[in-house]
Design a protein around this ligand. Sequence first.
Ligand code: AMP
Length: 215
Amino acid sequence: MDAIILLGGPGAGKGTLADALRKQKGFFHVSTGDMLRAAVKSGSDVGLEVKSCMESGELVPDSVVLNIIKERVTRESSSAQFMFDGFPRTLEQAEGLHTFFSEIGGVITHVFNLDADREALICRLTARRTCKTCGAIYHIINMPSKVDGICDVDGGELYQRADDSEETILNRLEVYQKQTAPLIGYYRDLGLIRDIDAGGSAAETEALVLAVLNG
Ligand code: AMP
C-alpha cells in the first residue's frame, strides 16, 4: 500500500488536481477538508467540535484529524494507492501519519509541493464555486460551469464555501505559513518533496505532476 501527499496553501489547486489524478491514475482520494465539512453538515459530535475552527479558518485539533484519517484508511485498506489532500497540515500530523502508516506497511512515495504566489491563491479562492452534491470545483472566470450556478457534472447547485470570504482567506494563508509550510522542510529532508509550479492552469499543474508519477 502506498500514498502520495498533495501539499500546498489554500487555493493551490489540491482539490482540482486530486480529482484529475483520481480519474487518471485511480488513486483513492482522502480529503480531510471534505470529511470535516461532511461531519459539520451531518451535525455529528465531531462536526460540532470542529465547526467554529473551520469557519474561522483555523486548523482543527490534530487528534481529531488523525482519528478520522486512521478510520478512513483502515476502512479502505484494500485500496493500493491513497492520495492525501490537505493532510497532513502540521508536524504532529505528519509524524502521526508516519507512525500509523508504517505500522500497516504503508509507504509514502511522493509529496507534491504545489507552489503558487499569494495573489493567485487569493484570486482563486474568492472566485471558487463548489457543487453542493458532487463537490466538483469551478472558478467563475477561468473555469466556469456551462450554465451559471449549475454543476456540469450532475446539475447540482454551485455555492461559495463559507471559509472563502476575504477575511477568512487571509487567516487561512497565515495559518498555512505558520503551521503547514514547515512540512516542506520535513519532507525535503526525507527526500520526498517534488516541487511543482502550480501558478499556471489546472491542466498545466496536472501535466507536471503526471510527468513525475509516470517518470
Ligand atoms: P480544506 O478543504 O482542505 O481547505 O480545509 C478546510 C478547513 O478544514 C481548514 O481551514 C481547517 O479548518 C480544516 N482542515 C482540513 N484539513 C485539516 C487538517 N489536516 N488539519 C487541521 N484542520 C484541517
